[in-house]
Ligand binder design. Structure first.
Ligand SMILES: [Mg+2]
Length: 167
């Protein structure tokens, strides 16, 4: 299979790092960090190379990605991160034992375009805006369980340890 993996909150525990710094988010009704963290200047995080360096990995993610590749699948990372953090993101992946497969940091619109145009078979993501595009394109879409994707009615893994049963 040709597989696209999201980055934030699939490989990196970005939301957990934001909560560690800013306190708990309260509103998960909308998949939008500006709603979850009202009154916070999110740009200071999204543009900060140090913030991106310090985000912890999601437990089991590197092992899970390595397992997928060992099974013979083709994997790429498809992120809505800005191209400005591509380099620091590649360093982060390498330092945490993730396989060195291509990383696309495309911004939100660029990621949507990729999901509509690319001939992938499977997307693993945490955000329903992207999972829904994959579904519309007739691709398989698996959600990694997060507080904001509870209404996703498609396939779901609770943790990366579940990835083997999802294949
Ligand atoms: Mg994500």
């Amino acid at each position: 299979m040709n597989i696209l993996l999201d980055f934030d909150d699939v490989l990196s525990d970005t939301f957990a790092e934001l909560e560690r710094r800013e306190g708990p988010a309260t509103d998960f009704s909308v998949e939008d960090l500006r709603v979850m963290f009202p009154g916070i200047d999110l740009r200071k995080y999204m543009e900060s190379l140090d913030f991106h360096r310090e985000i912890p990995p999601v437990p089991g993610a590197a092992e899970g990605v390595n397992w997928i590749i060992a099974r013979g699948h083709k994997v790429r990372y498809a992120s809505a991160r800005s191209p400005d953090v591509q380099k620091v993101s590649l360093e982060w992946l390498r330092e945490r034992g993730f396989p060195p497969v291509p990383l696309h940091c495309l911004g939100r619109d660029g990621k949507k375009e990729l999901l509509r145009a690319d001939p992938y078979d499977l997307l693993i993501d945490d955000q329903m805006r992207y999972l829904n595009i994959a579904r519309e394109q007739g691709r398989r879409a698996i959600a990694l369980d997060r507080r904001w994707n509870g209404s996703w009615d498609g396939d779901r893994i609770v943790t990366w340890e579940d990835i083997k049963s999802a294949f």
